[in-house]
Design a binder for this molecule. Structure first.
Ligand SMILES: C[S@@+](CC[C@H](N)C(=O)[O-])C[C@H]1O[C@@H](n2cnc3c(N)ncnc32)[C@H](O)[C@@H]1O
Length: 273
């Protein structure tokens, strides 16, 4: 059962199409409206069950086919997508956060495109954005840090040469570290090659889930705190000098030029004329 669009920009779910949808970090209220509409309209939902909590599926129809995929191979998932698309179902392939990050969607998109199945991608809120909101922080503070790095440590998936953590740490940017809790001691050692030990780190476990935990500590203690709380999965680390800037907001050098009275913007003339 599709929901007819009634406003400009509203998605009109199309039978036989695969919608690759970002589910956000876990809080169902952080789904986009498109994601919400697609989930409500879907005949079939394939979802990464190890990373998506049940409340995200609350708007799925009771007669929809809901297929967890954590234990399935790529070939099994693709076969299901192709079969259900050829049966003219409305299919949602749900991934946690935003599908463009560490979601293994590239190979799914390629495989279904090769057999002529149409697909669309609906973005979601990634874990790093949920972390920044939870921490009530801006990860790009003028005069302090203006670059964000989203990365992971090598595990089963090897990080290419030149992207190793120690090399990226040399920038001392705001660094959001995915998929690394199992290798946290190694990650800490590599980061300490360039970040000072007193750099603040937010250890964010299952943001938006019922058992969410957030621990703000120092880089020197990142591994010990992770291990003390027994965090081995679904943990995002935010390593950033910006996390220490919250008590400095009154200093002129931390202030964004965008809202500065001396800065001329398109919609506002500067105070000096
Ligand atoms: C397979 S990746 C998927 C990332 C996802 N596409 C995103 O944009 O957030 C899974 C990793 O993302 C991070 N992650 C995803 N959801 C999270 C959440 N709710 N809280 C904390 N970290 C999360 C963790 O680092 C986890 O190991």
């Amino acid at each position: 059962m599709a929901i007819a669009p009634s406003m400009p920009g509203e998605i009109d779910p199309s039978p036989g199409t695969v919608y690759i949808v970002g589910a956000g970090p876990g809080d169902p209220e952080l789904l986009t409206m498109k994601a919400h509409r697609l989930l409500a309209a879907a005949d079939v939902v394939l979802f990464a069950d190890s990373l998506i909590p049940p409340p995200v599926l609350q708007m799925v129809r009771s007669d929809a086919e809901v297929i967890p995929t954590a234990s399935k191979t790529l070939e099994e998932i693709v076969a299901l997508l192709v079969d259900r698309a050829r049966s003219h179902a409305i299919i949602v392939r749900l991934h946690s956060g935003d599908p463009c990050l560490y979601s293994a969607v590239y190979e799914q998109m390629r495989a279904i495109a090769q057999v002529g199945i149409p697909f669309e991608v609906i973005p979601g809120i990634s874990a790093f954005q949920a972390a920044a909101a939870h921490l009530k922080t801006e990860l790009t503070v003028p005069g302090l840090v203006q670059t964000l790095i989203l990365t992971r440590i090598s595990g089963r998936t090897q990080v290419p040469d030149g992207e190793d953590l120690a090399a990226l740490a040399a920038h001392r940017a705001s660094l959001c570290l995915y998929l690394s809790a199992r290798h946290v001691a190694q990650a800490q050692a590599q980061l300490l090659q360039h970040y000072p030990p007193e750099t603040p780190v937010a250890i964010c476990f299952r943001l938006g889930w019922a058992d969410e935990q957030v621990h703000v500590t120092l880089l020197a203690d990142m591994a010990a705190v992770t291990q003390r709380h027994n965090l081995t999965r679904t943990t995002l680390y935010v390593i950033s000098p910006a996390l220490a800037a919250t008590d400095r907001h009154d200093e002129e050098k931390w202030r964004s030029r965008l809202y500065n009275a001396e800065h001329e913007r398109l919609f506002r003339e500067s105070a000096s004329g």
